[in-house]
Write a protein that binds this ligand. Structure first.
Ligand SMILES: NC(=O)c1ccc[n+]([C@@H]2O[C@H](COP(=O)([O-])OP(=O)(O)OC[C@H]3O[C@@H](n4cnc5c(N)ncnc54)[C@H](OP(=O)(O)O)[C@@H]3O)[C@@H](O)[C@H]2O)c1
Length: 244
């Protein structure tokens, strides 16, 4: 496999730390953005140090410091961003517009993977209501990447099984309720908090409306099982058995 020099932004996050582990284990030269704030958080700092011990290179830079960002980008050829985008845990998706400006200036980046890893936002343009800003901001980032003609890959996992399937849509549960489930009301019941409302809105569009499944694969599209035949897929049934 051809090896790349990969810069990961948001490398101590939920998705980010898994990306770092994967990049290191595949033998890519792995660079991690070390933000000034990381030096103030003992868990993040220790995680960064352990990645360094495993071979990652830490690059001091910040999305708010254009020059530091351009310098970081000049050392690599692939950039993967995993900045936060879950409303209740911080939402920095639009900060990536600064990254796009820096990629344009650096001029050497062969591929950019923005912070996605969720629903395919191209199928969610019509979505309104609580939580819509996450999808709309990701759409704005895609638009900026494409306008800047930066080579990109968008990874849409279309509802991480860990968060969505296992909870059986019993927001905010992330493991199955074994005794009973609540069937949501007639569409007029008000959610209590914004977090609750955006979670339920997510479920509505994905599970009830089916915006990620009720479409035909386009002419140039390929179904994932055909694209990656070497992967052993897990059925929902097999997946849920682990909770028994
Ligand atoms: N969590 C999920 O269940 C889930 C599911 C589907 C999709 N996603 C998507 O995956 C992506 C990453 O989400 P996540 O849950 O992994 O995020 P997260 O763990 O909450 O945070 C990721 C990273 O965001 C960075 N960050 C925080 N504040 C920042 C700031 N002021 N400026 C720049 N970066 C900042 C931090 O990077 P440092 O490492 O530098 O501190 C942090 O580690 C998002 O697009 C999200 O929508 C998440």
């Amino acid at each position: 496999m051809e090896k790349s020099k990969v810069l990961i932004i948001g490398g101590t996050g939920y998705i980010g730390k898994r990306l770092v582990k994967a990049s290191l284990s595949l033998g890519h030269e792995t660079y991690l953005l070390k933000r000034p704030e990381n030096s103030l958080d003992i868990d993040k700092l220790q995680l960064l140090m352990s990645f360094k011990e495993q071979g990652a290179k830490l690059v001091r830079a910040s999305l708010d410091d254009h020059e530091s960002l351009v310098n970081a980008l000049k050392q690599v050829d692939v950039v993967i961003s995993a900045v936060a985008g879950v409303p209740h845990r911080g939402h920095y998706i639009l900060q990536q517009l600064k990254l796009i400006d820096a990629i344009k200036e650096a001029g050497n980046i062969k591929r950019f993977l923005p912070s996605e890893f969720g629903t395919d936002v191209a199928r969610m343009e019509h979505v309104s209501g609580p939580g819509k800003e996450m999808w709309h901001d990701k759409i704005a980032v895609r638009k900026a990447i494409e306008e800047a003609k930066i080579p990109f890959t968008y990874i849409s996992s279309n509802c991480f099984a860990g968060y969505m399937l296992a909870g059986l849509c019993q927001f905010p549960a992330i493991e199955p309720h074994m005794d009973s489930v609540v069937l949501y009301g007639d569409g007029n019941v008000k959610g209590e908090s914004y977090e609750m409302q955006s979670g339920v809105n997510h479920y509505y569009h994905v599970w009830f409306e089916g915006c990620l499944t009720n479409f035909e694969i386009e002419e140039n599209g390929v179904e994932a099982c055909q694209l990656y035949p070497e992967i052993k897929y897990t059925t929902a049934h097999e997946y849920l058995k682990r909770y028994l």
